[in-house]
Design a binder for this molecule. Structure first.
Ligand code: SF4
Length: 169
């Protein structure tokens, strides 16, 4: 767990039995993006500051560094159903991404979160659509690896483009 996530977890625990969101770290302003940047979303930042959300970055939990090469999901195999994650130069980082996604799911469950606000279109965090592996800003239907685990665990999933209608802050 990163230091920023640990600090937010302390605020979350102190807030008591209120709605608890897990959120993509970059939406909370953490500089965890592949290029060392972030994508702060004002509503998500407010949730974290109020102790109502836990910022987590699955790719930071994967063991990959910041910065790191940009990566996208690629559909492989004869029926194009097998998902691999490749860097722009073709390095296969699927195992690292899956490891980070599992660690991020564990962190969300341990904190008692049941809903997630995730960075749209990311290979880890995208909800319902992700970049298609062409590195040409084209999309295909599907979830990021962490989003898929959260969905399977019963989380309701939102993005910065489609925020929950009943946010408490
Ligand atoms: Fe943001 Fe998710 Fe990418 Fe981390 S893995 S930088 S939280 S989109």
């Amino acid at each position: 767990m990163t230091r920023a996530t640990e600090d937010a977890l302390g605020r979350l625990q102190a807030a008591g039995p209120k709605p608890r969101y897990v959120v993509s770290g970059c939406l909370a302003g953490l500089r965890c993006r592949y290029d060392g940047g972030s994508n702060p979303c004002p509503q998500v930042v407010k949730l974290v500051e109020a102790g109502l959300a836990l910022p987590v970055c699955p790719e930071s939990l994967s063991g990959l560094p910041v910065p790191r090469p940009p990566c996208e999901q690629v559909l492989c195999g004869p029926e194009k159903k097998k998902i691999r994650v490749l860097s722009r130069s073709g390095e296969d980082v699927t195992d690292a991404f899956e490891h980070g996604a599992k660690r991020a799911l564990d962190a969300a469950l341990a904190a008692g979160c049941r809903a997630a606000i995730l960075k749209a279109r990311s290979p880890s965090c995208g909800v319902g659509e992700v970049y298609d592996g062409s590195f040409g800003h084209r999309l295909r239907p599907g979830d990021g690896l962490w989003a898929r685990l959260l969905r399977e665990a019963g989380f309701s999933l939102w993005t910065e483009d489609n925020l929950p209608p009943d946010l408490p802050v």
